[in-house]
Design a binder for this molecule. Sequence first.
Ligand code: MG
Length: 211
Amino acid sequence: MVSKKLSTVVLDLDNTLIYTASDGQLLSCGNGVSSTNIGSSNIASGNSKGVSSNSNTAISNNNKPYDYSFFINEPHYSNYFGYFRPYMVDFLRLLPDYFDQIIVWSAGTTDYVNYICYFVFSTVGYVPNIILARDSCVKLANGKFSKPLNRIFSDFHADPNRTFLIDDSKFSMEPNYSSNCMLVEQPYNGELDDCYLRDVLIPWLRATVAG
Ligand SMILES: [Mg+2]
């Protein structure tokens, strides 16, 4: 039983750390798993469904190979391909120095989120403590998803005074105290010259969290 309250970072994925495009079909493949706790060997837990991945083969419009590509076959066949935000690896490798617990919480579907986490964290070299997907979010009246941190505080022993949600959507933050939220004011859409992580988030980490 854990009694100590943990300093915790809660990370959004899309437009915060990565940019993913699809072949035009909507993401609609949630499979009812509410959360996934992963170890070092089973990060791609969606793999039992005939899904395969194939990184670094697709080429984008600007001729830079995508950082990752994969497809999901349920309930509709969809190709996904995308980029890591520049300086993503540097940023993520700093986090264990500042936080006891690293949580990914995306509004994407479970299969999608597990695949993205596989590509991201196999590049970074560690795995997050917890991965949460869309079915852990709360759907708002406008159709957007929020991420109430109360669940993180109660279920995962996060310290309310030392927990930060980093997200590009203000809707994700709606039920939370602003002191727990770091809004990414410059969403990432695949630009190769993006410097937001280097120029804003890493300095914020060093100044705010360390302070
Ligand atoms: Mg996002």
